[in-house]
Design a protein around this ligand. Structure first.
Ligand code: PLP
Length: 452
């Protein structure tokens, strides 16, 4: 793009756009990077620079930008129909995709309810869990409450914020929210019980047991992010944590909602995080990588036990009265089918395993740097926590914006990153190759040395 055209786009942006999660006065004073196109793991801006997409365009890109297989699937669907409703009709890609999802999901999940973002899919899970207890075989209408984890993030709509636990994002809306029970986060680096894994024997889950022991007659469901609390700064739960949560839900007859929006579709090295722990949730929430990072589509999967409570006729008044205009959008479903087929055709997860190893190896050097307090990794999801004092774990003053500065510096080394507070987040596309892994690690290491 010509420099004058690039300048025009920046002007339009600054005159008309309001950006998500963005202090707009800071934005208006900045010189924004305008992405024009992508190719594999690369992004190209309107000024002609090339960058490695170190965060998969906010954790969504799977097989790469402009993968011919997904491009073609969308084009072929476009030649048939772009959209048709699932209210009173069905369409080809949404039915085919539902079967594909059930085939790859943890065993026991049997039905798919579509929506269009992680937040809406979480809302749906919350409403289904609430309604389930009112109309299951032995109704328990008093089970209306939810248990969530400190540091949880499940989206930005009012229901999903109600089960969230990140004060910076959520405190403002407190008067609007329903109250949830909150239990400790599996944040080992800053364990609120002052314990160390594995000697702790997952003591942080004891609080969940106490809550369920006392309140299970009021609790509809526990909602969790399996293995990684992503938005909190890639907080990785130790093995066994999710299994214990599942056991406690079973023991106290409470549903388990697994929010795999961030971890699903290969990010932890397996298709779904739940499968690495041998856990089947009662409801599972998918979005982000579902379409390979192409189009907004989300899905809430449920077991037969849950679905059967809704399997009724009109006059029984037990329908799930929920649906969005674009529910089951055929273009998005066609992209998602191609995305899932690519995992099989390109043996994506097999090919990814050595890259994850290589990334771990590179991160060992980063862990030794001054001001790197903790390096957490599950698959391609990485959080590097920057601290003022490595031995005391004292954080930097938030005003110093260390995370922001490090990620901005990474652009000079040709990598796009976005921090979460003072946690530098890496989450590259699964198509990343060895050279790109090396480039990512080097850029991040250099940026930390320069800015921390
Ligand atoms: N759940 C989790 C675990 C997430 O990480 C996110 C987004 O980052 C969401 C839900 C919300 O998804 P969306 O931004 O598509 O609404």
């Amino acid at each position: 793009m010509k420099p004058e055209d690039s300048g025009k786009i920046k002007e339009l942006d600054k005159s008309y756009l309001w950006h998500p999660f963005t202090p707009m006065l800071d934005w208006l004073e900045d010189d924004p990077l305008v992405v024009e196109r992508g190719e594999g793991a690369w992004l190209f801006d309107t000024d002609g620079h090339r960058y490695l997409d170190g965060i998969s365009s906010l954790w969504v890109t799977v097989h790469g930008h402009r993968h011919p297989r997904i491009d073609d699937a969308i084009r072929e669907q476009l030649d048939r129909i772009a959209h048709s409703t699932l209210l009173g009709l069905t369409n080809v890609p949404s039915a085919v995709l539902a079967k594909r999802l059930i085939d790859i999901a943890p065993p026991g999940l049997k039905r798919v309810f579509y929506s269009d973002s992680g937040s809406t899919a979480v809302e749906i899970a919350i409403k289904i869990a609430f309604q389930y207890w009112r109309q299951c075989r032995n109704p328990r209408p008093e089970k209306t409450r939810f248990v969530t984890f400190v540091n949880a993030y499940h989206g930005d709509t009012v229901g999903s914020v109600s089960v969230g636990g990140i004060d910076l994002f959520h405190a403002m809306y407190k008067p609007l929210l329903f109250q949830s029970f909150r239990v400790p986060s599996p944040y080992c680096y800053r364990c609120e019980l002052g314990k160390t894994f594995p000697e702790c024997s997952l003591a942080c889950t004891d609080r969940l047991e106490e809550i369920l022991e006392e309140h299970s007659d009021e609790v509809a469901a526990v909602i969790c992010e399996p293995l990684v609390q992503g938005a909190a700064g890639m907080i990785t739960a130790p093995d066994g944590h999710l299994r214990r949560v599942r056991e406690l839900c079973d023991r106290y007859d409470v549903l388990l909602i697994a929010d795999e929006v961030a971890v699903g579709f290969g990010r932890t090295g397996a298709m779904f995080a739940c499968e690495t722990q041998g856990v089947t949730p009662d409801l599972m929430v998918l979005a982000k990588g579902l379409t390979g990072g192409y189009l907004p589509l989300a899905a809430t999967l449920v077991t037969d036990r849950v679905f059967e409570a809704f399997l009724t006729r009109h006059d029984e008044h037990r329908t799930f009265y929920h649906g969005h205009t674009y529910t089951g959008n055929p273009l998005a479903c066609a992209a998602a089918i191609a995305n899932i087929e690519l995992f099989e055709e390109e043996k994506t997860l097999d090919r990814l395993a050595p890259r994850i190893e290589r990334l771990s190896h590179g991160l060992e050097k980063i862990a030794n740097l001054d001001h790197v307090g903790d390096v957490r990794q599950r698959g391609v999801m990485v959080g590097i926590e920057i601290v003022k004092n490595k031995s005391t774990r004292e954080p930097f003053d938030i005003e110093e914006k260390k995370g922001v500065k490090i990620c901005r510096q990474a652009r000079r080394y040709g990598v796009i990153l976005r921090p979460l507070g003072d946690v530098v987040v890496l989450n590259p596309p699964l198509c990343i190759d060895d050279d790109q892994v090396d480039m990512l690690v080097e850029a991040v290491g250099n940026s930390i040395v320069d800015e921390a």
